[in-house]
Design a protein around this ligand. Structure first.
Ligand code: SAH
Length: 346
């Protein structure tokens, strides 16, 4: 079987090339082509003809096909990228003051089953490879003509349910000759798969960790997120505390405010008690509507009051504005799409 060359992290690519009798500096050359979005070995003009032939026989270059682009009034763009087996994933390009951020999907679909999230509606179709995840960024950079300075793995899927490909992806995009993204500009979000979370901390201590919390206690959390039954909130928060102590970096907690469910002052007090003294930051976001689910986001006033309560209790907090809601590109609105060229179905 041919090697998926775009999914090989630097040391693996070097090993693969060594197997073809090539010197190490070839790795950087090939990386540079791959991340410029070149899909044909013949276009890699600084490689010898002989090596190009050898590569054609032994490897292939993963390519995502841009099936759809939607542009929001706020500069956000949502992409639908299709892969050769007919799977397609959504990714989002966002403009911020500090730079451009790529929100990347890690799986086609998701099997975590969170009650309020569009990505969970049809379950998991399959894991994405590292090269496919990288393709999401390359496609955005090609379409916009701009670099992505930040990456958040917050699209569809649970990245820590696809750890091996995620780890490869992280080292791939960090590679200098490729996208050269600093780990500190990369954020991985998880619903709380504890063992993989701890592994990520050990292997990528500089990558930012975001944890989808969404509730101030175990009982409410487990009504929203089945994963909470497997990994209890006490253990999750203990691991987050430890994360801060070990890495010196704060954990971001995502908290979607749901009308009447987790947005009352008592919930805020309880949350503040649980997070007291922890190196963390809470990102509040009124739940975005997903038409198949009954949940409703809190109104602006309730959300503001929840934020003020946490602030008064000394918990660092931001109330986020939602980007891309007009094109269903906001948090929780990305979903599994199957499609071939010209026949995109949701
Ligand atoms: N599976 C990972 C990565 C997805 S990140 C995780 O759970 O963290 C997407 C973020 O959007 C998560 O915090 C998720 O809980 C949140 N989210 C899901 N549905 C949402 C909705 N309808 N409104 C706002 N946020 C939502």
């Amino acid at each position: 079987m041919k090697e998926d060359i775009k999914s090989l992290p630097p040391e693996k690519l070097a090993g693969f090339l060594a197997g073809l009798g090539q010197p190490k500096y070839r790795t950087g050359q090939i990386f540079a082509w791959l991340y410029r979005g070149v899909y044909d070995f013949d276009e890699m003009t600084d490689l010898s003809l002989e090596l190009r032939e050898l590569l054609k026989e032994t490897a292939y270059i993963e390519r995502g096909e841009l099936l759809q682009v939607r542009r929001s009034r706020d500069g956000t763009r949502k992409y639908l990228l299709g892969f050769k087996d007919g799977e397609a994933v959504e990714s989002v390009f966002m403009k911020y003051k500090y730079g451009n951020s790529a929100c990347v999907s890690s799986q086609a679909g998701c099997r975590m089953g969170c009650a309020f999230c569009a990505s969970a509606l049809k379950g998991l179709s399959r894991n994405l490879t590292a090269g496919e995840m990288a393709e999401e960024i390359i496609a955005m950079e090609k379409d916009t003509g701009e670099k992505c300075s930040h990456v958040v793995v917050m699209g569809t899927g649970e990245p820590l349910d696809n750890y091996q490909n995620l780890a490869r992806f992280l080292s791939l995009i960090h590679e200098k000759k490729g996208l050269a993204l600093g780990y500190r500009n990369v954020t991985v979000s998880t619903c709380g798969l504890l063992p993989a979370m701890e592994r990520l901390r050990r292997e990528f201590p500089q990558v930012n960790l975001a944890v989808s919390l969404h509730a101030p206690n175990q009982s409410l959390r487990s009504r929203l997120m089945p994963v909470a039954r497997q990994y209890q909130m006490d253990r999750l928060l203990a691991a987050c505390r430890e994360h801060g102590q070990e890495t010196g970096r704060r954990v971001t907690f995502e908290y979607a405010l749901i009308e009447g469910f987790n947005d009352q002052p008592a919930h805020g007090e309880e949350l503040a008690n649980r997070l007291s003294g922890m190196l963390c930051h809470v990102n509040l976001i009124p739940l975005n509507p997903v038409s198949e689910t009954p949940w409703k986001g809190s109104d602006r006033k309730t959300a503001e009051a929840f934020k003020v309560l946490l602030e008064r209790r000394g918990v660092p907090v931001t109330l986020r504005r939602s980007l891309g809601a007009d094109i269903d590109a906001a948090c929780g609105q990305l979903r599994l799409c199957k499609g071939g060229p010209g026949k995109v179905q949701e």
